[in-house]
Design a protein around this ligand. Structure first.
Ligand SMILES: Cc1ncc(COP(=O)(O)O)c(C=O)c1O
Length: 443
């Protein structure tokens, strides 16, 4: 490929970058221009090990030719088909393929284009479900502090990250409340796998029931493992107890598996890994290996059947997107799931996890490291913030890593790692070699 011209301040101006310090970035851009397997390449030809599977999405590694071919073929055959009152074969095939790997009982799939849309879709389904069941007083949605559920108004309302909420205080959907988060360094620092302490935090749901009454609560949404808020793990037994309390009061349980779905924890979904089946799962990212935007909501038979009442010629749910089940996304999704199955990637994190865990925990003792957390192929290193400038310490490590050929992700002062499931021991060695040096140099 011909060398690309150096970006100028002018050429960078038009693009308003998401979740990015635009002026800082445009002053010293960090560009990626190619990707293959475990690596990105910069326009100058520098190789960068991808420690984050893009943004938790390229689970089968970059540049998978099977997906490229499937997308190209679908574009040749049929570029687009309206999803309202019309169908196309790949949409039904993909829904069936997802149900085959989903937790038992989640038998229906509603397609969206992103994690945020999946979340808002699931929240809307939850509210409408109680309404069709004649329980229209159940209008409250519960999220959790430090939760991230995308950026739609529904998602930021149930979400619990202050920076994502504070600019829109009056735009939140009404009736929302939040469970306490489960992050507890004091008791759980440097735990390998799920934290031992904190199952009782699930009882916070009992507090909210006592406060609002169960008859007003439609659903609870949580991430089985919270990623964007700095990798917060569920204490042992916590999710099971949440499920029990939801069952006790007729509250729907939604797992937001946008990052944990498609093999990240060692099973297809974290619900299976942790042995807890929610009423709905929201997913996106790994569904198409990050190649084409697509999300999905998996719903239980109980939920779907509740809507399939009334006159058969009536639309049951007034919701959907122009690009729901887009043929290109379906083609990418089918090819992706095929790769996951053929290469055993959905279980790979359980095999590679121990090697990853060992290397990750060897960072203990390096300057400013106050906690290390991991599960499957998710890892986090939490650093002591610099007083007065939260996030600055981790960001400087991020910059050092990028200069030395490693892409990591930071959120606050936590470094989050989520490599592609194809990662091999040699990549793990390279990843932690660069990261440990960057941590030492940031001291
Ligand atoms: C748990 C969770 N939910 C929702 C989202 C939003 O997904 P998207 O950025 O595709 O809208 C994310 C994104 O990282 C996520 O981690």
């Amino acid at each position: 490929m011909a060398a690309q011209p150096e970006p100028t301040a002018e050429s960078l101006d038009a693009y308003w970058m998401p979740f990015t310090a635009n002026r800082q970035f445009k002053g010293k851009p960090r560009m990626l221009s190619r990707a293959s397997g475990m690596y990105y390449e910069t326009p100058e030809g520098r190789r960068v090990l991808d420690g984050t599977a893009g943004l938790w999405c390229v689970n089968a590694g970059h540049g998978r030719k099977e997906i490229t071919r499937a997308v190209a073929e679908q574009l040749e055959v049929m570029d687009y088909a309206p999803p309202f009152q019309m169908g196309h074969p790949a949409a039904f095939e993909l829904a069936n393929a997802i149900v085959r790997i989903a937790p038992k009982g989640l038998e229906h799939v509603f397609f969206t284009n992103s994690g945020s849309e999946s979340v808002d879709t699931a929240l809307k389904i939850a509210l409408a479900y109680h309404r069709v069941k004649g329980d229209a007083a159940r209008v409250r949605l519960l999220g959790r502090e430090r939760g991230y559920h995308g950026v739609g108004f529904g998602g930021i309302s149930v979400g619990g990250m202050v920076a994502n909420r504070k600019a829109w205080p009056t735009a939140m959907i009404p009736g929302v409340d939040h469970l306490a988060h489960t992050h507890d360094i004091k008791r759980n620092a440097f735990t390998r796998g799920l934290p031992t302490h904190g199952v009782e935090l699930a009882d916070d749901l009992e507090r909210l029931v006592a406060l609002h009454d169960a008859s007003t609560i439609a659903a609870v949404i949580v991430e089985p493992i919270a990623g964007s808020t700095g990798v917060v793990l569920p204490p042992q037994g916590y999710l099971k107890r949440l499920r029990e309390i939801c069952d006790k009061y007729g509250i729907l349980l939604i797992f937001d598996e946008v990052i944990t779905g498609f093999g990240r924890t060692g099973a297809a979904f974290a619900a299976q890994e942790f042995g807890v089946t929610p009423d709905m799962i929201t997913c996106a990212k790994g569904l198409t290996n990050g190649c084409v935007p697509m999300g999905a909501v998996l719903a239980s038979k109980k939920i779907y059947d509740a809507f399939m009442q009334g006159p058969p010629n009536a639309i049951e749910l007034f919701h959907g997107y122009t690009y729901s089940a887009h043929p290109i996304a379906c083609a990418a999704g089918l090819a992706t799931l095929d790769i996951y199955q053929r290469e055993g990637l959905l279980a790979r994190a359980a095999q590679t996890g121990p090697v990853f865990e060992k290397a990750l925990h060897e960072l203990r003792g390096l300057p400013h490291v106050i906690d290390i957390r991991n599960y499957g192929l998710v890892g986090a290193v939490e650093l002591q913030p610099i007083a007065g400038t939260p996030g600055a310490r981790a960001f400087s490590v991020f910059l050092k890593c990028f200069e030395r050929g490693l892409l990591i992700r930071t959120t606050g002062d936590t470094i989050a790692l989520s490599p592609a499931l194809i990662i091999e021991p040699k990549h793990i060695e390279e990843l932690f070699g660069v990261l440990s040096q960057a941590l030492r140099d940031s001291a």
